[in-house]
Design a protein around this ligand. Structure first.
Ligand SMILES: Nc1ncnc2c1ncn2[C@@H]1O[C@H](COP(=O)(O)OP(=O)(O)OP(=O)(O)O)[C@@H](O)[C@H]1O
Length: 244
């Protein structure tokens, strides 16, 4: 690495991408063929790319995704009725800028969480804030929040998150408080934020699973009308245990 005063100065100014690019330019014999503007442009591009990558890493860490799933690794070979055209459209990120939702339904092990995490990963790359939660953990956290004073803070955190992933929807019956919490969450998000939901139940059964018809109407009205649905079916992707 070149020990040049300018390289050190760039590090002091917290411009490590430019510092690294300058050091590498200094070792490249062909660099003299480029104009000053071209060389400066390369340094700035390198700094911008490094910052973007650091910010993406931080966004991914804050998102707390359950699986390190990437769009590139999504399995299209396994027969599970995955709508490839819809998935490709979702990858553009338009659904996030249009504040729409994605509902992923299908039997256990079909890859719902993986697909949700791959979409969330893509949203992080596109610069959006993301948070992954399991409904079975979120609802108790809100119930505790009522007692310890963190309820409104938690609701505010959910409301400001651009893409909220709610895994394991409709896995257990809901209490009346939980139904009201869900209405709060979706009322905050409706028309301004996007949500990804995964569930073993198909969307047509969600109304009954919520329990209270009036609250179910209100919750689903805010959730399903602006939504893309990936309805999966097939064998589990979990590998069967080998007999010993
Ligand atoms: N594209 C993929 N590439 C590699 N592994 C995958 C892929 N999709 C799913 N898997 C793996 O298959 C298993 C089941 O996937 P996942 O947990 O996403 O299913 P699920 O439908 O959410 O299941 P459940 O309803 O039981 O939570 C996991 O171990 C996951 O890592």
């Amino acid at each position: 690495m070149l020990n040049h005063p300018t390289v050190e100065r760039l590090h002091q100014l917290r411009l490590p991408g430019m510092a690294r690019a300058l050091a590498s330019q200094a070792q490249s014999p062909e660099i003299g063929q480029l104009s000053f503007e071209e060389r400066l442009g390369l340094l700035v591009d390198c700094e911008a790319a490094e910052r973007e990558s650091r910010q993406n890493t931080a966004r991914l860490k804050r998102a707390g995704l359950k699986q390190a799933a990437t769009p590139e690794d999504v399995n299209f070979r396994h027969p599970r009725r995955l709508d490839r055209a819809l998935f490709a459209r979702l990858m553009t990120g338009r659904w996030v800028s249009d504040h729409q939702n994605v509902l992923i339904c299908g039997p256990t092990g079909i890859g719902k969480t993986y697909l949700a995490c791959a979409l969330a990963n893509q949203a992080c790359r596109q610069g959006h804030s993301v948070l992954y939660v399991r409904l079975t953990r979120l609802l108790p956290a809100l119930a505790i929040g009522r007692g310890d004073g963190s309820y409104l803070k938690l609701l505010a955190q959910l409301a400001k998150t651009e893409v909220l992933v709610i895994d394991e929807w409709a896995l257990a019956p809901l209490s009346d408080d939980s139904r009201r919490d869900l209405l709060e969450i979706f009322d905050d998000r409706h028309g301004t934020r996007s949500t990804i939901i995964t569930s073993q139940l198909q969307v047509e059964h969600w109304h009954a699973s919520i329990g209270d018809p009036t609250l179910a109407d209100a919750i689903l009205d805010r959730l399903v009308h602006q939504a893309h649905t990936l309805d999966l079916d097939g064998e589990s992707l979990r590998k069967p245990e080998k007999p010993v």
